[in-house]
Ligand binder design. Structure first.
Ligand code: AMP
Ligand code: MG
Length: 333
């Protein structure tokens, strides 16, 4: 299969919407990461997503909508809290889990009786979804386990020859996936940290119970290896001695013959002297925005190991820590 990369003109968005309505998959930009979309009401099309990604099919997909008016088509029950959260945070990087409507096939929800729904704020995503007219389910447009794609080039690298089309909308703004809140039961639960900081939700939800479980009924995707480049990833906690710990680990790995790079805030780069660094930007938002791109770049530049600086857990920091721990496979220094 030939993979065509389209600039997001009106005509090209129409071509991509026609592909989705016709049962094909299309990768498209959102404010979080690139998604690989298919018509959520067409099980044959949905299965093409799992095939292209090499993703286990008990890992459910998020349904993307253009307009809150479509929500009744996919969700069986919409509690008042959902309306409050949607009026505060959508469109944007917040996914809500509802009891599902009967039209949503099992292959979208991994056999669960709930459905995850999101309204992306990215202009290209919103235009594509509006043009499609159908709910579009989409996971991140990377090969399963690889770092999520935040540019069209990342998608092409993983998906070339596996999907018909990629809409190129430049680099994603947030760079980490959406925050997922389950509102399908009595008490809301935080299923995944992400683009909206949990503390921003608390005025609406009260303190949220965090659930990142391997149990199928909770948040199934969490049990799989995630966000991993070929290089080994090490992650340091954020504390006073972090810089010395990272430098010592770098020197140890280098002495054992490994090519190593440190991901750090720009301002910290001088602390590492002549060691290799990727400057992740001025603050933790920049770091989140750039982190997946750097994990991929480390592979392109044939590094054997990446050491990622820890961050403060406020704001986006908490989601960033979660992704870094996952990509490190628990190698915390
Ligand atoms: P991704 O598209 O790769 O960001 O993954 C989507 C993630 O959303 C899945 O891995 C699940 O963790 C979560 N998810 C999707 N649908 C549901 C659902 N019905 N209930 C709970 N979690 C869900
Ligand atoms: Mg993913």
């Amino acid at each position: 299969m030939n993979t065509v990369v389209y600039k997001p003109s009106k005509e090209n968005i129409k071509i991509c919407a026609d592909l989705i309505r016709g049962g094909s998959t299309v990768a498209f930009p959102t404010e979080t990461v690139y998604g690989l979309g298919a018509n959520a009401l067409d099980p044959t099309a949905v299965r093409k997503i799992y095939e292209a990604k090499g993703r286990p099919s008990d890992n459910p997909l998020i349904v993307h909508l253009a307009d809150i008016k479509q929500l009744n088509e996919v969700a069986a029950e919409i509690p008042p809290l959902a309306y409050e959260l949607m009026s505060a945070f959508t469109p944007g990087p917040l996914t809500l889990v509802f009891k599902k409507a009967p039209c949503i096939p099992d292959c979208v929800t991994g056999g669960l009786d709930t459905v995850a729904v999101r309204f992306p704020s990215h202009t290209v995503a919103a235009m594509l979804l509006r043009e499609c007219g159908v709910p579009v389910c989409a996971p991140s447009a990377n090969l399963s386990t690889r770092p999520s794609p935040t540019t069209a080039e990342h998608v092409l690298k993983d998906m070339n020859g596996r999907i018909p089309a990629i809409l190129d909308g430049g680099q994603c703004d947030v760079g980490l996936e959406s925050t997922i809140v389950d509102v399908s039961g009595g008490k809301p639960r935080l299923l995944r940290k992400g683009g909206i900081p949990a503390e921003a939700l608390f005025p609406f939800t009260g303190p949220l119970e965090t659930v990142e479980s391997s149990e199928k009924a909770l948040c199934p995707g969490m049990k799989y290896k995630h966000y991993s480049p070929e290089a080994e990833v090490y992650f340091s906690a954020f504390y006073d001695g972090m810089y010395e710990t990272i430098a010592a680990e770098y020197d140890k790995l280098t002495a054992s013959g490994k090519k190593v790079v440190i991901i750090c805030l720009d301002i910290n780069a001088p602390r590492y002297g002549t060691r290799n660094v990727y400057g992740a930007g001025r603050n933790f938002e920049d770091y989140a925005h750039n982190v997946f791109a750097y994990l991929r770049r480390a592979d392109d530049e044939k590094y054997d190991a990446v050491i990622a600086e820890g961050v403060d857990s406020a704001g986006i920091g908490s989601a960033l820590i979660n992704r870094l721990i996952k990509s490190s496979g628990g190698k915390i220094i």
